[in-house]
Design a protein around this ligand. Structure first.
Ligand SMILES: O=C(O)C(=O)C[C@H](O)[C@H](O)COP(=O)(O)O
Length: 208
């Protein structure tokens, strides 16, 4: 079986989703799958997150569904219970990282500095999120940080778009990019699933 890292390397784009209503989860997952991006990071920024993870995973068992904006251990528990396959957080909280490691679920905490990277290495991580990517120097920063920390790989997120994703993915240190441009809240609220599917297809075409 493939590891979660290997699945990210294959899919290369991680839609970062904020869902107000768990009822929208199945249709959204369908649009992502049809659009060629069978993956979602469902953020714990709404109360619907765990139920949305459950519905996506049940409707599309082959989809790679995980939890984002995970700030508390209770959210790790809720995410695992709902079927999440990975955990993402905006920053590096050693307590959350260790808890995920104990539970055996892959975790991708956000880092933006050399010191945070050293903490991540200390915790035994080999892939981290780089967040917020664009305002922290984007591709240039990843290249600079990769010089001393050549063993580490990144999942940049924050400010990534159809326009700049190509340059991020051309870095050998980048396994996948996270982004919300194809799953904007307004598109979900207006149930524009065809448009979401089309945006996914455009993104897939762009990185091919
Ligand atoms: O809080 C987290 O765990 C996150 O995952 C934050 C998100 O990655 C970004 O908010 C997405 O950034 P945009 O693509 O620029 O909208």
């Amino acid at each position: 079986m493939k590891t979660i890292d290997e699945r990210f390397e294959e899919i290369r784009i991680v839609p970062v989703v904020k869902l107000e209503k768990a009822e929208d989860a199945k249709d959204l997952a369908g649009a992502l799958v049809r659009g060629g991006i069978p993956c979602a990071e469902v953020t714990f920024r709404t109360d619907a997150a765990a139920e949305a993870i459950r519905r996506m995973s049940e409707s599309y068992p082959d989809m790679l569904v995980g939890a984002g904006t995970v700030l508390k251990t209770e959210q790790v528990d809720a995410a695992i219970e709902a079927g999440a396959k990975f955990i993402v957080s905006p920053g590096l909280n050693p307590k959350i990282v260790r808890y995920c490691q104990e539970k055996g679920i892959p975790v991708y905490p956000g880092v933006a500095t050399a010191s945070e990277i050293e903490q991540a290495l200390e915790l035994g991580l080999s892939v981290v999120k780089f967040f917020p990517a664009e305002v922290n120097g984007g591709v240039k920063a990843i290249k600079a940080l990769s010089a001393p920390y050549f063993q580490l790989r990144f999942m940049p997120t924050g400010g990534i778009s159809q326009e700049n994703i190509g340059s991020y993915l051309s870095c050998p240190q980048v396994i996948a990019c996270g982004g919300s441009w194809m799953v904007k809240e307004s598109l979900i609220a207006e149930k524009k699933y065809d448009e979401i599917e089309a945006l996914c297809k455009e993104a897939v075409e762009q990185i091919r």
